[in-house]
Design a protein around this ligand. Structure first.
Ligand code: 13P
Length: 288
C-alpha cells in the first residue's frame, strides 16, 4: 500500500473514540520495527520525522524513499502516513517535495497572526497535493531535537482561528511536555482540552509528549477529542535499556554477538513491545 494522508485514519479514530499513534523514527531499525508491529496488529500508524532526525538520516528524500520501499518490500497493507514532526516553514516545503504524505507546521512560537498566515498558506499547498496538515497552538513543553517549548496551555480562541483554516488536525498545548515528565508535573489540563474541543468542534486533536502519560489520562484525553498521540522518547528509552542489558551481560563478546544484527536485535524487540503496548492503550489495534 502506498503512503496515505493522515486525514481518513484520524477521522475514523475520532468517530470511533480511539487514537492513532505517531511513533518517531530515527533509522532503518526503528522504521522496520514500527511498520512490522502495525502490520501484525492491523493498526493504522503514523511515522513521525523531526527535522533533526531527517538530517541525521541524510535528508528527507532518503527517509521518504526508504519508507516507501520498506512498505513495498515488507508487504505492509495497513495505512501508513509519513509525517513531518514540528516542521519549520522551510522544512514543510522540503518534505512536500521529498514525498511525505503528512506535514506538521509548528507555528506556535510565532505571534498568532503570523501562525495563522503561514498555516493558511500551507493548508492550500497541502490540499492541492492531497496531504494532511497538522498545526500547533500553545507550545509543548520540554525539548525535542533542539526544539524547546515552555509548555503553555493553548488559548481556545486561537485554536478556533487555526482550526477554521481547515487544517487536518490540531496540536494544542494542554500542559504536555516532550521527554520524561518531572515528578512534580501537574498533569494534563483537561479543562483546557474541553475548552479547545468546544471551540474547534470535530477537528481531530493531537496529543504530543505521549511518553509517560498515565493510561487513565490518555483515555480521558481520547474521550475529549484526541485522535492522534505522539510517542518518541519512550521508544528511545526502551531501545537504550535493552541494548545496555545485552552489552552488560557480555553477550556482544560471545561468538558473533558483535554482529550489528545481533547487537541491535534486543533494542528492536523493545521498540516493538513499546509500540504494541501503546497501540493497546490507544485502542487502534484491528482498526486498519
Ligand atoms: P515524547 O518524546 O515525550 O514521547 O513526545 C513525542 C512527541 O510529541 C513528538 O512530537
Amino acid at each position: 500500500m502506498a503512503l496515505v494522508s493522515a486525514k481518513e485514519m484520524l477521522e475514523k479514530a475520532r468517530d470511533g473514540k480511539y487514537a492513532v499513534g505517531q511513533f518517531n523514527i530515527n533509522n532503518l531499525e526503528w522504521t522496520k520495527a514500527i511498520l512490522q508491529t502495525a502490520e501484525e496488529l492491523k493498526s493504522p500508524v503514523i511515522l513521525g520525522v523531526s527535522e533533526g532526525a531527517g538530517k541525521y538520516m541524510t535528508g528527507f528524500k532518503t527517509v521518504a524513499n526508504m519508507v516507501k520501499a520498506m512498505i513495498e518490500e515488507l508487504k505492509i497493507t495497513v495505512p501508513v502516513a509519513l509525517h513531518l514532526d514540528h516542521g519549520t516553514y522551510e522544512g514543510c516545503y522540503k518534505c512536500i517535495e521529498a514525498g511525505f504524505s503528512s506535514i506538521m507546521f509548528d507555528g506556535s512560537h510565532f505571534p498568532i497572526e503570523e501562525n495563522v498566515e503561514k498555516t493558511k498558506e500551507l493548508v492550500n499547498v497541502c490540499k492541492k497535493q492531497g496531504l494532511s496538515l497538522e498545526a500547533e497552538v500553545g507550545a509543548i513543553g520540554g525539548e525535542e531535537d533542539g526544539v524547546i517549548g515552555k509548555g503553555e496551555c493553548a488559548d481556545p480562541d486561537e485554536c478556533k482561528r487555526i482550526a477554521d483554516l481547515k487544517v487536518t488536525m490540531l496540536a494544542a498545548g494542554i500542559g504536555n511536555i516532550h521527554g520524561k515528565y518531572p515528578a512534580d508535573w501537574a498533569g494534563l489540563s483537561f479543562e483546557t482540552l474541553a475548552a479547545v474541543k468546544e471551540k474547534v468542534g470535530k477537528m481531530p486533536l493531537v496529543l504530543h509528549g505521549g511518553t509517560g502519560i498515565p493510561t487513565e489520562m490518555i483515555k480521558k484525553a481520547i474521550s475529549l477529542g484526541v485522535a492522534k498521540i505522539n510517542v518518541n522518547t519512550e521508544c528511545q528509552l526502551a531501545f537504550q535499556e535493552a541494548t545496555r542489558k545485552y552489552i552488560e551481560e557480555g553477550k556482544d563478546l560471545v561468538g558473533k554477538g558483535f554482529d550489528p544484527r545481533k547487537l541491535l536485535a534486543p533494542g528492536v524487540q523493545a521498540i516493538k513491545d513499546t509500540v504494541k503496548e501503546k497501540m493497546e492503550i490507544f485502542g487502534s489495534i484491528g482498526k486498519a
